[in-house]
Structure formats: C-alpha cells, structure tokens
Design a protein around this ligand. Structure first.
Ligand SMILES: Cc1ncc(COP(=O)(O)OP(=O)(O)O)c(N)n1
Ligand SMILES: Cc1ncsc1CCOP(=O)(O)O
Ligand SMILES: [Mg+2]
Length: 310
C-alpha cells in the first residue's frame, strides 16, 4: 500500500494534522538529512517529524513507526500519530509479563520528590510524599555510603518508596526500594552489572528524553520510565530541548504499559497540564526544596494529584 504513496504528500499531511499540537512549523521542509529506507511513508514521515522539531534519532524512530503502522493497518492515515509499541519494534506489552522484567512498582507513583541528601529524604517522607529519591552527587565513596544508608533509615516507618540515583551497588547493599539510572548510567553497565541489578530484586527507573531513548529503555524492561525534561530546568544541564506537554502526552500513550514519571521544570502552574497527559507521577526538585514551606507545598501537590485521579 505504502509504495503507491508520494512522500511529499505524506509529509504535508502529517505536518498539517499535527503541526499545531506540537507547536512547530506548518509546512514540511523539502528534505531531511538522512534516509535509511526508500519507503515513501518512512521518507515523508521523517521529513515531517524533522519539521515538527524532533531530533534526528527521534525523527528516524518515528518514521519507521509510521511505516510499520501503515503496513499493519494496510493504509496510511495521517491522523494516527504512532503509539503502538509493536510499531516501534518493542516487545509485547505489558512489560511486567516478560521473563526479564524488573520488579513492578505502583503504576501511579504520585508526587516524586528528588532530593539532595538524606535529611531532605527523611523530611519529605515524613511529610507523606509517596515516592522519594536520594540524588546525592558525590565521588566520595564513603560519603555516598553514609548518605544512602541514612536515607534508607530515614524512610523507615513512613511508607515512602526510596529510589537511589546513580549509586546502584551502594543501593543494593543498603536495601533501598529501587534505583534510578539515566541513559549514560545504563551505558556504563556491563551485561554482568545489569544481571546483578536484576538479581538484586530492586526496582529500576530509567530516564528518557525522546522516542529513541524510550525504545532503548524498554529493552531492559524497567519498573518505571521517566520522561523529560518537560520544561526548562536549571537543575541539570540537558542535552535535549524541553519536550513540552504535547510530546509528553504522546510518550505517555506509547508507554501506557509502564508506570510513568514526568520530570523537569514542573511547578504549581504547570502541574495541571502535566497531569492531563495521564502520567502517574510528577518528579520535582525545586518545587519542593526551594518552597517556603515544603511540607505545605507537598500536601497541596499531593491533593492536586489525587484530585486529578493520577
Ligand atoms: C525521576 C528521575 N528522572 C530523571 C532523572 C535524571 O537521571 P539522569 O539522567 O541519570 O541524571 P542525574 O540525575 O543522574 O544527573 C532522575 N534523577 N530522576
Ligand atoms: C534530575 C533531572 N532530570 C531531568 S530534569 C531534572 C531536574 C528537575 O529539577 P526541577 O524540578 O527543579 O526542574
Ligand atoms: Mg544518573
């Protein structure tokens, strides 16, 4: 079916249908930098997705998904933005049914406080925040071990689920609930490390910043997938532009088999539109640690998340 299509018409149709939503330009550029297939749907979609502002690896990933969707449905439909895991080459959902899946965590992790030290972890856990992360950036092994152990002790009796950022071996030794790793952290894991992580029984959360990274994250069948940065953030130097809520919504539909976390620049004003994407969790740093009254702010955010049904 797709061989009868003209790639320019495909590109125009996708941009005309989705341009406004993604807040990008209204007509497709004449060409995209690289094509890996002659398929006209792939080529048209790659041009369109580039025009819509997706970076090269994500435009490539999406273009293949548009082609796969067109083949699966025996026809091109510009209104159907790809969101079927199989069209992205992902293994069948739900990921939890896979033999190699990391242990599950709640589908809705709710307010997720990402915190600089164990004292903050204890403070937010006692305030009733359901999910907390120790993001302690230090190369001092003894200090990391102390802080992780203190964080594990700080959440005891509170019911908060504690993820440790980066320091996965220390987290396993200390008996944390889970670990959070970014793409670069995954790059550093050998197959043996990954097996050890899996065997530990700890949950694994993985950061993503677009389609290609979501496909890559899905290969390890983590317990949750974080998506960001949704908005600009001063907390971390990001390699990619802020994703915005339109993309977050599209990502959330693709990853509906996973617990999902939105992160990056989320504040009280933006919270409702983030929740409207359907993500089950919002992760924040500054909204809590820079708040005048972090406990009261946490209570307001938890109420807003509950009220939205997320
Ligand atoms: C919930 C959550 N999402 C994303 C991140 C970022 O992780 P990473 O990309 O590894 O960057 P660092 O936090 O290690 O600087 C996170 N920590 N938590
Ligand atoms: C750690 C991290 N990873 C992606 S954005 C971010 C920081 C989020 O901080 P803030 O909520 O203050 O923007
Ligand atoms: Mg990291």
């Amino acid at each position: 079916m797709s061989t009868a299509l003209d790639s320019s018409a495909v590109a125009q149709a996708i941009v005309a249908t989705h341009g406004l939503r993604f807040g990008a330009i209204t007509s497709a550029p004449p060409s995209a930098p690289n094509f890996s297939s002659d398929d006209p749907v792939y080529r048209g979609a790659k041009r369109a997705c580039s025009a819509l502002g997706f970076i090269e690896i994500d435009a490539e990933c999406l273009a293949h998904a548009w082609r796969a969707q067109t083949q699966r449905l025996s026809g091109f439909d510009a209104t159907l933005w790809p969101d079927a895991p199989e069209d992205f080459g992902m293994r069948p959902f739900p990921p939890t049914a896979r033999d190699d899946a990391f242990p599950p965590c709640p589908e809705r992790l709710g307010l997720y406080a990402v915190l600089p030290d164990a004292q903050w972890v204890g403070r937010m856990a006692r305030a009733g925040v359901p999910t907390v992360q120790l993001r302690f950036k230090s190369a001092d092994t003894a200090a990391v071990e102390r802080e992780v152990q203190a964080a594990v002790e700080a959440v005891q009796g509170t019911g908060a689920l504690l993820f440790i950022n980066d320091h996965w071996q220390v987290a396993i030794a200390a008996g944390a609930y889970g670990i959070h790793l970014g793409q670069e952290d995954l790059d550093e894991l050998s197959p043996e490390d990954l097996a050890r992580l899996r065997d530990s029984g700890l949950r694994l959360g993985v950061s993503t910043h677009g389609y290609a990274e979501m496909v890559r994250a899905d290969k390890v069948s983590p317990s949750y997938i974080a998506m960001g940065a949704v908005y600009p953030t001063t907390l971390k130097k990001m390699a990619t532009a802020p994703q915005g809520v339109a993309r977050l919504g599209a990502y959330a539909r693709l990853l509906r088999g996973y617990p999902q976390v939105g992160i990056g620049g989320i504040d009280a004003v933006r919270l409702p539109e983030v929740l409207a994407t359907g993500v089950g969790s919002v992760a924040v740093v500054r909204a809590l640690v820079a708040a005048e009254d972090p406990e009261a702010t946490a209570a307001q955010w938890m109420a807003a998340i509950d009220a939205a049904g997320n």
